[in-house]
Design a protein around this ligand. Structure first.
Ligand code: C2E
Ligand code: CA
Ligand code: CA
Ligand code: CA
Length: 275
């Protein structure tokens, strides 16, 4: 029940209340869900635009909740970031992904998402080193995807951590490029090995002049900095035609494949066809 003070100013909204309750339930269920094996890694291809070859897989987390069914990471990752569980969950993802990739016959790279709280943890580089060591995965086969929001809280600390990660030999990608407050200055401050253009911009090409301008200028800038670019959310022939034309060498999106469970990538990672 709401307090009378809130009722008095008419802020009471039963649907908001319901949403907050749902979030609380999810927050409490996470730890048990991880123990019960409800979390699973999905994989999405990253392709070379010229050869069409698969060059890597992005690892995307899924939660098959025992009563709620599939819960989207868009829903549960922010909750995990707020309740502090993301560090444990993120470490689990990293360990699973590295063990999995280390077992592939085809030595493709994996890209793993890293959340803000993980990049604020000074012991994160040591954890990454331990996980690589335990799994046997060579460091250069691991790419960590970092968003601008993941480094704004404490830029200095994030920079120290990212440098240590690069010393270990892992690659660092800037995720969701173009959506932050100052993507350009972030790009110039941090030693990124890759730029991932957000799908919001890819979705607009070639018709939106604004999206086209952002994609083009990002490609030109990245090329002058010698940083490879990957375009996210490539869904149509028009998207890929524009990107090829503008010299974007890496793509990821439904046009090439949706994220799917481990079984679906068996052919590519263990098949006899060399890529
Ligand atoms: P993201 O890192 O930007 O991942 C790309 C998202 O775009 C994925 O959504 C993917 O399924 C979706 N996507 C890929 N290609 C297309 C396309 O052609 N069209 C459209 N419409 N969408 C496409 P997903 O898997 O739901 O993940 C959403 C977000 O959740 C991710 O965005 C990432 O921020 C977060 N996330 C997922 N797994 C993890 C994780 O293990 N750790 C952390 N920290 N965050 C994660
Ligand atoms: Ca990502
Ligand atoms: Ca992204
Ligand atoms: Ca995103």
């Amino acid at each position: 029940a709401k307090q009378s003070g809130e009722n008095a100013v008419c802020f009471y909204d039963p649907s908001m209340d319901q949403m907050a309750r749902e979030r609380n339930i999810l927050a409490m269920d996470m730890r048990a869900g991880l123990r019960r094996g409800e979390f699973e890694l999905y994989y999405q291809k990253q392709n070379d635009t010229l050869t069409g070859e698969v060059i890597a897989f992005e690892v995307l987390l899924r939660w098959r909740h025992q009563t709620r069914g599939m819960v989207s990471p868009v829903e549960f990752i922010p909750i995990a970031e707020r309740n502090g569980f993301i560090n444990e969950l993120g470490e689990w993802v990293l360990r699973q992904a590295c063990m999995e990739a280390a077992s592939w016959r085809n030595p493709l790279r994996i890209a793993v998402n890293v959340a803000a709280p993980q990049l604020a943890d000074m012991s994160f580089p040591a954890k990454v080193r331990d996980i690589l060591g335990a799994s046997g995965l060579p460091a250069e086969r691991l790419e960590l995807e970092i968003t601008e929001t993941g480094i704004v809280a404490d830029q200095q600390r994030a920079l120290v951590i990212i440098r240590q990660l690069k010393e270990i030999g892992v690659k660092i990608a800037m995720d969701d490029y173009g959506t932050g407050y100052s993507s350009l200055s972030t790009l110039l401050t941090f030693p990124f090995d890759k730029i991932k253009i957000d799908r919001a911009f890819v979705d607009g090409v070639p018709t939106s002049a604004q999206s086209a301008a952002i994609v083009r200028s990002t490609l030109i800038l990245a090329s002058s900095l010698n940083i490879p670019v990957l375009a996210e959310g490539v869904e149509t022939d028009e998207h890929i035609a524009f990107l090829r034309e503008e010299g974007c060498r890496q793509v990821q999106g439904y046009l090439f494949g949706k994220p799917g469970p481990r079984a679906g990538i068996e052919e590519i990672v263990n098949g006899l066809t060399e890529t």
